[in-house]
Design a protein around this ligand. Structure first.
Ligand code: ATP
Length: 607
């Protein structure tokens, strides 16, 4: 009979995590991965489950907290490995070059150092006891490394890291090094972590949606795991939004037939301008304002003007509202395209950027106000409250909208929106179940964009998973990229096309530097591909792609076998349009969306 799994008390040896990572490395099935995580979580004391979850996610805390990153470059890491293994830096570098993996290099050097030590020990007959690393010790040390800032911080970081690697076993050293490098590559996505949490602490897979909703409201999987493990599933059910913690945004499906849109929305709907700017979730608590991006980054410092608007024009004491920030021309009043917002991304001279690129905010939702959760209320109620709590001005106003059930009126409004510098319209359900579905792409919101009028119905956002070296003028550089769509059901990336055109020289020049941190030896475990690129890349970078049309291809794995056996969906004549730094890999166009786009295209051709 299998032994019951024992839970540790208070803290846990770090070796449990290293062993888990090792097991995960050799499997790709999500079910098996979940089982392995379940075993780890069962052993984990509830007090440290948050830390264990963060480590699996490859981070120390959620990005939106704006806390410092580790700040350890490759050079420092090599130095620390050399110190911890009594090797020369050149030795570490050479081994790194041979193995192509600094984690493995550290592991081998640690083994060698241990062998040397055990020989010396047999002569001296004295065995120095190694301090066993615990999760808390590793986490605290890494956090101290991150927090060391300013003068002298380099030495402190190096000392702490070398100390950690000295105490680590070879296997532990491998994973600590990979963690510090930001290349853990164990292939575990948030979805699998939530599956395992539901089984261990929720009482079964049926509690998974509760965990997911809580995560969508609080965007901190470590915190959610801790609440669940220490207070139980009921505590998650009652979770409300909290000012200062970003809520994962609600997203829209796409269509291009006004009649169908209205049908899907339930007959009558709000139709709003879809502004071409940056999405902003604005949080207010008294005088304190936070602005979070679509990817939940804290972008408050880029928009001191929006901070001022929010302070002045939101009347409630505490509120979370959503809107689009758009650049405009103060002389003509016309709205400017999204690209101009990039000037707001600079750290310095933000006061100059504010003058050169002034912005307006168009608000479209309200999620929370003065202690009350609005995410569960229907849109008309949210909109009415939004109107009540803001003072509308030219630079801080509610998105233009109409309420209609007439497809012709919708089309007319769509054309007017484009005429006025918008990207198209958003059609939003207003029935009693039209709640704010945090983190969900659903039919309560439908987007209808200008690009739908081009040959391929729309641009798509795909993730780079591999790269090919170029020839001729592009010799020595990357010339084409292998792009993939996201499949959330399987939590994997499925290839769609190889894109080699549309790149400007600057794009090609920037690629090696941009891809360097993500290049990996083998295919990433979450990538499903048939094509073999020259280098594999961890799914992290998203690009917007357009093409002539969607086709079927035996070379790609997106929707493989779904339309015909042995073939997937691909893009004919794909062309790069721009990077989408505002999107993470899981925000890419999904395989399901491509399937629906393909089916619509087919319907159009056969009509
Ligand atoms: P896209 O790639 O088309 O910009 P997306 O994938 O970022 O879209 P979607 O949910 O598909 O996200 O489209 C909605 C986006 O449109 C929002 O994220 C928001 O930034 C923007 N937007 C502009 N105007 C509105 C509006 N009135 N209501 C909701 N979203 C709006």
């Amino acid at each position: 009979m299998a032994q019951p799994i024992q839970q540790y008390k208070g803290d846990m040896p770090f070796r449990e995590i290293a062993d888990t990572f090792e097991r995960l490395e050799v499997i790709t099935s999500r079910t098996q991965m979940t089982v392995i995580l379940v075993n780890l979580f069962k052993k984990t004391p509830p007090e440290i489950i948050d830390r264990v979850v963060y480590i699996i996610q490859g981070r120390l805390w959620p990005d939106w907290k704006g806390l410092p990153e580790l700040g350890v470059g490759e050079k420092m890491l090599i130095k620390a490995i050399a110190l911890a293994t009594h090797s020369r830096e050149s030795e570490v570098e050479n081994l790194y070059k041979t193995l192509g993996d600094l984690g493995k290099a550290a592991e081998q050097l640690k083994k060698k150092a241990e062998e040397k030590m055990s020989k010396a020990v047999s002569i001296l007959a004295f065995i120095p006891a190694r301090k066993e690393l615990t999760v808390n010790h590793v986490y605290d040390t890494l956090a101290r490394i991150a927090m060391a800032q300013g003068e002298g911080s380099r030495d402190i970081k190096l000392k702490l890291l070398a100390g950690l690697l000295t105490d680590a076993t070879p296997k532990e050293a491998k994973y600590i090094v990979r963690f510090v490098e930001g290349r853990l590559r164990v292939g575990i996505g948030d979805a699998t972590i939530m599956d395992a949490l539901a089984i261990v602490y929720g009482g079964g897979s049926h509690t998974r949606p509760i965990i997911e909703r809580a995560y969508n409201l609080r965007s901190d999987l470590g915190l959610i795991a801790k609440i669940l493990a220490t207070q139980g599933i009921e505590a998650l059910k009652n979770l409300k939004p909290q000012v200062g913690i970003p809520i994962r945004p609600m997203l829209a499906e796409r269509l291009n037939d006004p009649k169908e849109m209205l049908q899907k929305a339930g007959g009558r709907a709000y139709v709003e301008y879809k502004y071409d700017g940056e999405r902003a979730q604005i949080h207010k608590a008294g005088d304190k304002i936070w602005i979070f991006s679509r990817r939940l980054e804290n972008i408050t410092s880029q928009y001191p003007d929006v901070v001022e608007y929010a302070r002045k024009y939101i009347k409630a004491n505490e509120a979370i509202v959503e809107g689009e920030i758009v650049v405009y021309n103060p002389e003509t009043g016309e709205l400017r395209p999204f690209q101009e917002l990039m000037h707001r991304k600079r750290k310095h001279d933000i006061h100059i950027a504010i003058k050169e690129y002034p912005v307006k905010v168009f608000l479209f939702d309200l999620l929370y106000v003065d202690g009350e959760d609005y995410t569960q209320k229907p849109l008309p109620e949210r909109r009415a409250k939004l109107k009540e709590i803001i003072i509308e001005t030219d630079v801080f106003q509610i998105a233009q909208y109409i309420e209609t059930s007439d497809p012709e009126e919708l089309e007319k409004f769509f054309l007017e929106a484009i005429e006025n510098g918008a990207e198209g319209v958003m059609v939003k359900a207003i029935h009693k179940n039209a709640i704010y579905q945090a983190g969900v792409r659903g039919w309560l919101w439908i987007k209808y964009k200008r690009d739908y009028k081009s040959e391929m119905t729309d641009t798509v956002d795909l993730v780079v998973v591999g790269a090919f070296y170029g020839r001729g003028r592009r010799g020595g550089k990357f010339g084409a990229l292998l792009m993939a769509a996201y499949n959330p059901d399987k939590d994997v990336f499925e290839t769609v096309c190889k894109v080699g055109s549309g790149f400007k020289d600057e794009d090609l020049d920037a690629m090696p530097e941009m891809f360097k941190p993500y290049i990996i030896e083998r295919k990433h475990p979450r990538v499903v591909a048939k094509m073999q690129p020259d280098v594999w890349i961890t799914p992290a970078i998203v690009a917007e792609i357009i093409g002539a049309e969607l086709t079927l291809s035996p070379l790609h794995t997106c929707c493989l076998d779904m339309i015909k056996p042995g073939v997937g969906i691909s893009i004919r004549f794909p062309r790069f349009i721009r990077w989408r730094p505002d999107k993470g890999p899981e925000d890419a166009t999904t395989s399901k969306e491509l399937y629906e786009m393909y089916m619509r295209q087919l319907k159009k051709i056969t009509a």
